[in-house]
Design a protein around this ligand. Structure first.
Ligand code: CP3
Length: 351
């Protein structure tokens, strides 16, 4: 087993006791850091950063130099999978991700191949190995992917969307084509996440960012069923250690029991859910991650500290809580407020 100097994240995700509540931040590496913006302008664009393992590694380390975080997260994006499947990902400044060849017909879905990560996404796996080397056991490295449903939604729309209307049309008009796509993505994601684990990811998080736009029945059928299949096929122990799985379904607060039964070790919660209530409902079975509203970081040290205290009190004592935001940090946040946030979690949660 390789040495891990700070294992409080993994312990909390496994619901084992720790001396304080671990903390990391979704999207901790990225545009809120001036040193990230510098590197991006040198590299030209975001995808060039992702595809260069040395630069990706450097960016993953940037937030750890500023803040006392309990984890690093792979610097990459969930949309590298559709890119590897041939859809042609690019980022347009101020507009977000776009695909050159979004899915339009049944034939488009039929002609997609399941990816072989070692061949198609070797740059991600190299970045993972490099990050593990660079971390040298200081904190665990989190790997990640999108959920099949969330990736399918981007692949069908071709870009970000507020209502994902094309995707929902497929869901109700051509469910069998959507299922074919979700199955190919599921097999690709099993391969991808297991490859990340074998390259050094010590925790994996599945981002189901758009699960919350589905009806109750559709969520189970079109999102959670495939996530269950992924989790059931992941390597659960590697290098003599458990590899915990965290599942984040944005706006998934209505389905905590179903999400908890997916096989995940922890549920990442957005800020619409009460941690106390979530713990009462599913805390016996899974750990909970979250859930401060990222907008709090736009306020001042007093408000940030009191929100941190309120959230810690809401979870209460005992193991199984990982502090995080309820969604990614936004680019407009002042790093000084992030420092206040991380320090407050340390100060109020123990040693
Ligand atoms: O620090 C980290 O958390 C690791 C890196 C990471 C990125 N994207 C880097 C990124 C992770 C975990 C993601 C996940 C991701 N990507 C999700 C799921 C999480 C969530 O926020 O809901 C989604 C939906 C995407 C797709 C995506 N990537 C969008 C919609 C956008 C554009 C909008 C935005 O937030 O910028 C991206 C771009 C992206 N991914 C950036 C970064 C640092 C910004 C790129 C830039 O520098 O302009």
């Amino acid at each position: 087993m390789s040495e891990l100097k700070n294992d409080c994240l993994i312990k909390s995700l496994m619901k084992e006791p720790t001396t304080r509540t671990p903390v990391w931040i979704m999207r901790q590496a990225g545009r809120h850091l001036p040193e990230y913006r510098d590197l991006r302008s040198q590299a030209g664009d975001f995808m060039s950063l992702c595809q260069n393992p040395k630069l990706a590694c450097e960016i993953a380390m940037q937030p750890l130099r500023r803040y006392k975080l309990d984890a690093a997260i792979l610097f990459s994006d969930i949309l590298t999978i559709p890119d590897a499947m041939g859809l042609g990902l690019h980022f347009v400044e101020g507009e977000g991700p776009k695909f050159r060849k979004p899915l339009r017909t049944e034939r488009d879905v039929e002609s997609l191949s399941v990816i072989n990560s070692k061949v198609d996404l070797s740059y991600v796996l190299e970045a993972v190995s490099l990050m593990r080397k660079e971390l040298d056991g200081a904190v665990p490295l989190i790997g990640f992917s999108g959920s099949p449903w969330t990736l399918a939604a981007y692949m069908i729309e071709g870009h970000s969307s507020r209502d994902f209307s094309r995707t929902k049309t497929w869901l109700y008009k051509h469910p069998e084509i959507l299922h074919q796509l979700l199955q190919k993505l599921t097999l690709s994601l099993i391969d991808y996440l297991n490859a990340q684990i074998c390259s050094g990811a010590q925790v994996v998080q599945i981002f189901d960012t758009w699960g919350g736009i589905l009806s109750h029945e559709a969520y189970e059928k079109f999102s959670l069923a495939y996530i269950r299949e992924i989790i059931a096929n992941l390597i659960s122990r590697y290098d003599d250690r458990e590899v915990p799985v965290v599942l984040f379904t944005k706006s998934g607060g209505n389905w905590l029991e179903e999400i908890a039964s997916s096989g995940c070790n922890a549920i990442s919660l957005d800020w619409t859910v009460s941690l106390r209530e979530a713990r009462r409902r599913v805390g016996a079975n899974v750990a909970l991650q979250g859930n401060m509203d990222p907008a709090v970081l736009r306020s001042n040290p007093e408000s940030i500290e009191s929100e941190v205290q309120r959230i810690l009190d809401s979870y209460g004592s005992g193991s199984g809580h990982v502090f995080n935001l309820g969604h990614g940090i936004t680019p407009d946040i002042d790093p000084r407020n992030v420092e206040v946030f991380v320090e407050a979690v340390h100060r109020y949660s123990g040693a």
